[in-house]
Design a protein around this ligand. Structure first.
Ligand SMILES: *Cc1c(COP(=O)(O)O)cnc(C)c1O
Length: 332
């Protein structure tokens, strides 16, 4: 893979661990976990890897302010604010306004951290986020703040490329640790698609047989496949990987969308408890709880054969556990 300019902010390599008790409990395939919840940047998560490349690009362009956008609960915005603080850059986050009367900032586990990190927050009514993001960028530009725009989820080719390099990191760990073999499957939460696009490019570059199955958090399968294949091809161009990706090469399961984005259902609650009580590992209600719910359900349906190795790639999000709307339901 063609190297890219990079800064070092993530704690890498993230740990790779067996989940023996969960494997026994579920009576299924051999389960491992890759701990990208432990990337170290203000409580960690998958956006930290992407920011290593996005920040390098921003700094090379003389940026002085990072601007990005997301949901009230955005883990991407939290990690971007932390990266900005570490590099002495300004940070403006365009966050979607709480939609309903009863929805409050206490419904976010990240907003406190955004504040502590010194980010400026611009609220956008639902449906106007793109417009307000553009407006915020132009205002900052005119004011001479040298803004640099990071897309939703950090998911452009530069950000997504981080996950191609993450596949390489895993391959190197496997050659030195006790694991010795690539997993048959890697399961993870997929949303803006950057993580999955990077995984696909990395798989092609290293020519590994592992299948990367994204559990969709908020979108239908065909839309995911189209967007992710396009992004994977951009990552491949950037990293000089010759192979092209077609929509049908993108493995997505959209059967766990439940009541929609951020709506924690019974399956997510059960998955969070199972990981906590068998492995001492904390998932989150929005992303990894849903992906793990999918994994557990697929194991129950004998989707994997019992001698296969399945790696759950933890993408972070843990601060959401402390948002009132989830915490109170998890205590029930
Ligand atoms: C952003 C995020 C994801 C999804 O990653 P994408 O690259 O946007 O698909 C998964 N899990 C957590 C915790 C996230 O914050």
């Amino acid at each position: 893979m063609h190297p890219l300019p990079r800064i070092r902010i993530a704690h890498l390599p993230t740990p790779l661990e067996p989940m023996s008790r969960l494997t026994t409990f579920l009576g299924g395939p051999k389960l491992w976990i890759k701990r990208d919840d432990q990337t170290g940047l203000a409580l960690g998560g998958n956006k930290t890897r992407k920011l290593e490349y996005l920040l390098a690009e921003a700094l090379a362009n003389g940026a002085q302010t990072l601007i990005t956008a997301g949901a009230l609960q955005s883990n991407h915005c939290r990690q971007t604010a932390a990266a900005a603080a570490k590099y002495g850059l300004g940070c403006i986050l365009v966050l979607r306004n709480p939609e309903e009367e009863h929805e409050k900032t206490s419904d976010s586990g990240n907003i406190l951290i955004d504040h502590l990190l010194g980010a400026e927050i611009v609220w956008a009514p639902p449906g106007q986020r793109d417009f307000i993001l553009q407006q915020t960028f132009e205002t900052a530009w005119v004011a001479g703040q040298r803004p640099y725009l990071i897309p939703y989820g950090g998911s452009n080719a530069t950000g997504a490329a981080a996950y191609a390099f993450a596949v390489q990191e895993l391959a190197e760990q496997l050659s030195t640790d006790d694991f010795s073999q690539m997993p048959d499957w890697i399961i993870f939460a997929s949303s803006s698609g950057g993580t999955q696009a990077g995984f696909i490019a990395g798989k092609q570059a290293l020519k590994i047989p592992t299948r990367f199955l994204g559990i969709s958090i908020d979108e239908q399968k065909t839309a995911m496949q189209t967007g992710i294949s396009e992004l994977a091809n951009k990552v491949s161009d950037l990293l000089h990987i010759p192979q092209a990706t077609l929509p049908e090469d993108v493995l997505v399961n959209d059967e766990y969308l439940g009541e929609g984005y951020g709506m924690m259902g019974l399956l997510e609650k059960q998955a969070i408890r199972l990981f906590a009580q068998h492995e001492g590992i904390l998932l989150d209600p929005v992303y990894t709880g849903r992906a793990a719910a999918g994994l557990i359900d697929l194991i129950g349906k004998k989707f994997f054969s019992s001698n296969e190795k399945v790696l759950f790639w933890h993408t972070g999000g843990t601060p959401a556990l402390f948002a009132q709307k989830y915490a109170s339901r998890l205590m029930e």
